[in-house]
Design a protein around this ligand. Sequence first.
Ligand code: HEM
Length: 414
Amino acid sequence: TYREHVDEQAVAGDLTDVVLEPFSPQFKANPHPTYAALRDHDPVRRVTLPSGLPAWLVTRYEDVKAVLADPRLSKDVRRFPDPGRYLVAADLRETISRHMLNADPPDHTRLRKLVSKAFTPRRVEALRPRVQQITEELLDRMAPLGRVDLIDAFAFPLPVTVICELLGVPVEDRDEFRVWSNVIIEGVGAGDRFESAVRAMDKYLRELVEAKRRSPGDDMLSDLIAAREEGDRLSEGELTSMAFLLLVAGHETTVNLIGNGVYLLLTHPDQLALLRSDPGLLPSAVEEFLRYEGPAETSTLRFATEPIEIGGVTIPAGEVVLVALASANRDGRRFADADRLDITRGDSQHLAFGHGIHYCLGASLARLEGQVAIGELLARFPDLALAVPPEELAWRPGTLIRGLRELPVTYSPR
Ligand code: HEM
């Protein structure tokens, strides 16, 4: 079996191919046995990233948490030993890479503070009626069809519409930047397709900023442009990079919270029945979806500014560290019965949103969207079911994202 295969390799000390082979459907179909083997046999492992670059992969909950909180691990791409190997072409670095997730304090603090007020739980709660409205419109459109790809018809357009409205990005352009965003997130550092998607996104954002400068609106991008104009709080590159980060984060993550959550319910009928009988479980169910099959499979890259010991292994200065959030969240050392989906668990100490200063800025928004979307979907379609056997579902490639390419579902048309 696959499990035995993985265990054998783990014991033999040769997991590299299985672990981070991006186009290995075998791993992406179910990475959890590989992660379990790594946690037991090689919890801080030197691997080769899909891009061919070396990194250390950390898989245990406590080690992952420690890495994410360690200020000796830097996110500042300009300080990476050989930035060209990890990043986009130099001429694009200034316009899309200068964002908070690529910065250390004090830059990180300054950049995050410029937008953090818009994402507090209270401000996000005020968005609930609009999130509800968009959800209902999408469900109305789905209702007569009886069968859809739920990613395309629902899980994708909801978060994208919300982030576009917040930022002030024309939602009609979404099909265009969906393609760029997907390519970028799946293949960081992976050749021409990646490079041209980044260029297209960069051009689009610079033109958008220029248009907003001429005619500002009541949106975050216009506010950021005003902040840029007022003083030295934000450089031009930081402005476009901020838009880039928020747009991509708003595109690639919540879609998979909704997609993975619905997939988990449809493949765990007991949990689905429980949630249908008690919708009050929705918030705790969403936390469990985040833990069990969270949208961010790994963190972004960090590098050691000095030699650092993690779980008994010394990472030399200048080397890159990647944490497997999906693995930390299934660690039996932290979660009882970790491989069991239990929507009543009510333990939200999972690391699906990261940890430390880069803890997800959009966590409250993602939770709100996930809860509204899944709650309304179940209420609207009492006989929602998978349209294909679960084994036929394909997972998206790449190490960053855990999400389905498509999620075909059926329900009685109404
Ligand atoms: C950071 C996950 C939704 C904006 C992060 C990180 C994770 C994460 C794991 C930390 C990455 C690292 O430290 O390497 C998720 C998940 C989401 C989600 C699982 C959905 C379920 C969103 C949304 C937005 C957003 C909707 C935007 C509005 C951000 C930003 C950061 C971030 C700006 C960087 C924060 C910083 O560097 O201080 N997210 N995210 N996220 N996320 Fe999210």
